[in-house]
Design a protein around this ligand. Sequence first.
Ligand SMILES: Nc1nc2c(c(=O)[nH]1)N[C@H]1C(S)=C(S)[C@@H](COP(=O)(O)O)O[C@H]1N2
Ligand SMILES: [Mo]
Length: 349
Amino acid sequence: MAQVYKPTILSIEVSMLIKKPTDIPSSEITPESIYNARRDFMRGAMSVAAMGVSASAIDVFATPTQVADKDLPGPDWLKMQIAGAIANQEKISEPLTPYEHVAAYNNFYEYGYDKTDPAAKSHILKPHPWTVEIVGEVNKPRTFGLEDLLKGVTLEERIYRLRCVEAWSMVVPWVGFSLADLIKRVEPTSKAKYVAFTTLERPSEMPEQKSRFSTIDWPYREGLRMDEAMHPLTTLAVGLYGKVLPNQNGAPLRLVVPWKYGFKYIKSIVKIEFTEKQPKTTWSMIAPDEYGFYANVNPQVSHPRWSQAEERRLPSGLLRPNIIPTQLFNGYAEQVAHLYKDMDLRKFY
Ligand SMILES: Nc1nc2c(c(=O)[nH]1)N[C@H]1C(S)=C(S)[C@@H](COP(=O)(O)O)O[C@H]1N2
Ligand SMILES: [Mo]
């Protein structure tokens, strides 16, 4: 049963960086077509909530979800492999966030700090050809071309919630596969306790990497504990909505860890290193008191500057904010809580 929930209004847009209060979230300005679609969507969502029924009444889950009118650049073999993705068994009863929002409201600081910067500027990124270097504590270190990395891999559509630490969220139909499948191919040694990921560093295609005022020590870095990396929910995504990843969403290959805050979902990965020690991660380097290594979604552990109890599920307008309660481990507690059973989640945030 869905709980009766009284929406409140988030009066400010929280930011991982401390933003000027004059910043108007330009993402709130949308074409009329999107606005109308959003209204229909909101009506549907609201009537379901009003009926108090479990949201399984709206079954948006189908065979791989496609946006028909998107012809994104990319090699034919990849487009064909993505189009052939099979639907993952994992069902989700919440409506998908429309493509127009998933591909227009982004965090990708290599392209700027506003939500619309990545979509406006990331066309200069060249995701093909692409290589991913796998090094460190593995028996079979290897540099894969994207094609070799995906050879023989069965891609799946995986519909997961994405919860940003800034308290907005989406439901995204990713196309990808379990990171575990790739890890097995390189045979980690017994010393491999963590996996470290690195984003491309190419200032000519990532303008913020040239900025002298950047708060970020490039390249963007993330990491997981080995058991987290091996968990079947942990996904390497190469597409969304049945198409290749738009550049702004981290083409050609990005991480998806649905029970963690979005900043763990590192984009445009070029290096994966297996380590004995916990690796440094970008946001915990910038503000260790605000962003931890674990970053598990947890409504009870507040960010120092805002609550994490609720989230703004996109699409959501300023006048009609779609506020919903945040779930422990973003709703994936049944699958992942055991990974943390002896840990104090307040200490290891
Ligand atoms: N390289 C890189 N990866 C990144 C980021 C970034 O700035 N640079 N932002 C992160 C944050 S804070 C979030 S919420 C998600 C957003 O993913 P999306 O734009 O596909 O929704 O990407 C994550 N991955
Ligand atoms: Mo985020």
